[in-house]
Write a protein that binds this ligand. Sequence first.
Ligand code: AMP
Ligand code: FE
Ligand code: FE
Ligand code: ZN
Length: 279
Amino acid sequence: MKFADLHLHTQFSDGTFTPEELVLRAQNSGLACIALTDHDTVEGCARAEAACAAVKMEFITGAELTAEHKDTEVHVLGYFLDTQNQVLLEKIAKFQSVRQSRIHEMVAALNKLGVPLTAEAVFALANCKSPGRPHVARALVKEKLIGNLDEAFEKYLKKGRPAWVPKTKMSALESVELIHQAGGLAVMAHPGLNRTDDIIPDLVDAGLDGIECFHTKHSTVMAERYLEIAEKYDLLVTGGSDCHGFSKKAPLIGTVRVPYAYVEKLYAAQKTATTDAHR
Ligand code: AMP
Ligand code: FE
Ligand code: FE
Ligand code: ZN
């Protein structure tokens, strides 16, 4: 049987692997297909695609867009995105710039607390256009200003903690539209993580194509509930490990294995979408 991991991050956002390292690990995990879903960027896709082609692994372009609906943060995965789509690139560039400004704000908040971290240290470590809290956490650990990543979130960076800074996000409905106009399928990421079931009907009305049922932080019971929801709303089913390399405790790639039949359904839906002029 063939398996896929459709939720992965690299150094182009807050993962620690290069696209090439990620593909090597995917190969070692026996995966037949992967999708790259970095936060608010598609920059890593070209390299991941080339690395996959070299080892004859299937690759699906993607991104995980940070969005919100009714004051709830929701992550929307875009699959089969045209990585050259100008509207998409302009829009995500704007949110990358929001992310960069937010690093300055988080560092300023830390400085106010007497923690001598510099924004330069965070940017040097992140070395990407889409930096986030995990980079601040890693910089704090690297500069020996905190013991470990968990502590950094618990003490400073978690929502409500003193160095947490809210992030301007696009609306979830807008993110679905943005993904569609870039030729992609829009999938709600890890609904069980943010407990956002109540917003699913609104997203479905906006044209949501799928829902991530299988995820590292979804229990079997949760996965089953989302499979039922997918059935109820006629949504595609996806899943993935949400591997961030060593930015989380351990690399997760290969720990969530999505049966390939679901990937086939994605391809079929993608084909229908691109031939449907009224979309
Ligand atoms: P940001 O996009 O900057 O708000 O950061 C979100 C990233 O931080 C995601 O990859 C999360 O998985 C990660 N994250 C959020 N909360 C925690 C936490 N308590 N411990 C470790 N990582 C976290
Ligand atoms: Fe992340
Ligand atoms: Fe996410
Ligand atoms: Zn993710």
